[in-house]
Design a protein around this ligand. Sequence first.
Ligand SMILES: Cc1cc2nc3c(=O)[nH]c(=O)nc-3n(C[C@H](O)[C@H](O)[C@H](O)COP(=O)(O)OP(=O)(O)OC[C@H]3O[C@@H](n4cnc5c(N)ncnc54)[C@H](O)[C@@H]3O)c2cc1C
Ligand code: FES
Length: 386
Amino acid sequence: MSALITTPTGPTPAGPVGRLLRSRLVAALTTPHGVDRYLERFNPMWAAHEVRARVVSVHRETAGRDTAPVATITLEPTSTWRGHRAGQHVLVGVELPGSARRLTRAFSISSAASVPGEQITLTVRANDDGQVSKYLVREAQPGTIVHLSQAQGEFTLDESPATPTSNHLLFITGGSGITPAMSMVRTLLRDGYDGKAGRKVTFLHYARSPEDQIFADELAAIAEADNDVTVHLRHGDQVFNELELRRLVPDFRHTDTWLCGPAGLVDLVRDAYTGPDGELSPRLRMEFFKPAVARAAQPGEAVEGEVSFTRSGTTVAADGASLLEQAEAAGLSPEYGCRMGICFTCTRTKTSGTTRNVLTGEESSLPDEEIRICVTSAAGDCHVDL
Ligand SMILES: Cc1cc2nc3c(=O)[nH]c(=O)nc-3n(C[C@H](O)[C@H](O)[C@H](O)COP(=O)(O)OP(=O)(O)OC[C@H]3O[C@@H](n4cnc5c(N)ncnc54)[C@H](O)[C@@H]3O)c2cc1C
Ligand code: FES
């Protein structure tokens, strides 16, 4: 999977030239557009600060007869890529044909942990109602350029592969939630994971049907190999149940577990990891691809006040929904990425008024405050620069 970055005219110049391109002098000379805008014109794979990537290949994982198709997209990042830890995600920005606007969405990296200069893969389900995932799966081609953030997120293997322990590791995933776990298992296998050291890995995955199974061949090969990784694939009616998990991993509540999948699966697994004392086991780590439904106002709790989106001259009554939802309901189209507070794409300035963070419940009346409108609601009159 690893390859040196090469482009028709070579990678971004390194050494003194690279340092010069990243210098304050060059930044000042290229204001207001920035050096990357100029480099991009010469060669889209040249960058001094930002990260871009060229699509190397698009491999169809599932045909998607009953569900949306899934594809693995191999990307060659610019030399500005700093690598990733297994389980992290990246924000992907694309400019769709005919649109001047860049759309940004989060996708986990499905390939093993990377270092600068290596290729990475994303494995994406083409969401029928979505835009970016459909574009990546159905339209992106070798040579297509996309924008990337550096890797982010803490849903990672927090042990170093260099210091293997004998801990049992458990991955429970559903649908496209398999991607970060696959990155972790691939990393363990690549970096000399040694079953003989006594470490067991259990991979329990739920898919709608065998036809919808992502990475089917590779999982079968991992299951066949003599490596102490046990793979359990469940399809169709074989939904998660605690008794089965107890049979597979009797001590699951005390086993390091990584969980990623649709809300229904996450709820069931969470219940199983909640002890008789009502405490959720600290050994369970979770990643969400979709926001947990969060509304600022509790049922029956009225929100009074008006939200003014000052740039567009639109004013609406505050209703407890996030400012992103309120703006969209008013016909505005603010930029967003994850809709769950992790990517900062939707950040806007609240110039005045009181808002509430819908995740923490915290209220703030600070003027000129940067807020993520996907996880912020009005708690009274407020003005947002939108
Ligand atoms: C950390 C993280 C990692 C992820 N990793 C992966 C991965 O590895 N593979 C993968 O396939 N997906 C992954 N996702 C999910 C992916 O980011 C989303 O499915 C994303 O929405 C796809 O973008 P899109 O442009 O195709 O769809 P979007 O345009 O964002 O639409 C997605 C859904 O949101 C709804 N929606 C769109 N606009 C609105 C609106 N105005 N109001 C209400 N609802 C709306 C749509 O109906 C649609 O159902 C990940 C998400 C996160 C947060
Ligand atoms: S859309 Fe990602 S933080 Fe708001």
